[in-house]
Design a protein around this ligand. Structure first.
Ligand code: PGA
Length: 245
């Protein structure tokens, strides 16, 4: 890994969990993390569990965050959660612009940029997700798409301290990971638009078995982990892979 970029492994639980399952999962992760070198790591959990997670993880090396945030500070926005509320629960991170939000909930580049700014304004570290669909990749539009998604946010303010996650839509939850070289090519392209210190995570079917090869690439600074973050041994193995080399 180049420069002083500390690797980060962030779990995205999506809409999974229960109080009992969360407790067992976090217990197993925190116990094992105590031993040996570790990369930075975090779990991004559903809103109702922030209270539980903040209680269980306070004082541990595992940070926590949310998966979405309102672009508004407060007001008549039924069902929404503000960045200040997330900060009150000790969140360090919040995912913005995940492809499921963009596609299932029609979040536009402009709305994602506003969410990014709201998160930074409350002192949170946004994890901005960008990525192309399979049709876009096949049409040779990958760079154009991720540049458009990133530039919408860069125009809104500084990226310093934020985290970027490249998540090809065709690799999310499909078991079809981008090859290390496919991912590296896009990361290198994105790196040119950012400072050399910015962290760029890869996401999309990262597992214990492919993490080492992905993290060996010079511009891959860690991972955003969906399915594998729900299994303690898988998540821990990915964190260990990130902690090496
Ligand atoms: P996956 O999800 O690891 O299950 O593919 C990644 C993500 O959506 O962040």
């Amino acid at each position: 890994m180049g420069m002083a970029r500390t690797r980060l492994v962030a779990g995205n639980w999506k809409m999974h969990g229960s109080r009992a399952a969360n407790r067992a999962l976090l217990d197993a992760i925190v116990k094992a993390m105590g031993k040996g070198a570790s990369a930075e790591c975090a779990v991004c959990v559903p809103f109702p569990y922030l209270q539980q997670v903040s209680g269980q993880l306070a004082g541990t090396a595992l940070a926590w965050g949310a998966q979405n945030v309102s672009e508004h500070a407060q007001g008549a926005y039924t069902g929404e959660v503000s960045a200040a509320m997330l900060a009150e629960f000790g969140c360090r991170y919040v995912i913005v612009g995940h492809s499921e939000r963009r596609h299932l909930y029609c979040e536009s580049d402009a709305q994602v940029a506003a969410k990014f700014a709201a998160a930074q304004g409350a002192g949170l570290v946004p994890i901005l997700c960008v990525g192309e669909t399979l049709a876009e990749r096949d049409a040779g539009l990958t760079e154009e798409v991720v540049a458009r998604q990133l530039d919408a946010v860069l125009g809104k303010g500084a990226f310093s301290d934020a985290v970027l996650a490249y998540e090809p839509v065709w690799a999310i939850g499909t078991g079809r990971t981008a090859t290390p070289h496919q991912a590296q090519a896009v990361h290198a392209f994105l790196r040119k638009r950012l400072s050399r210190e910015a962290r760029i995570l890869y996401g999309g079917s990262v597992k214990a078995g492919n993490a080492t090869a992905l993290f060996a690439m010079p511009d891959i600074d860690g991972g955003l982990i969906g399915g594998a973050s729900l299994v303690a041994q898988e998540f821990l193995a990915i964190v260990q892979a990130a902690a090496k080399g």
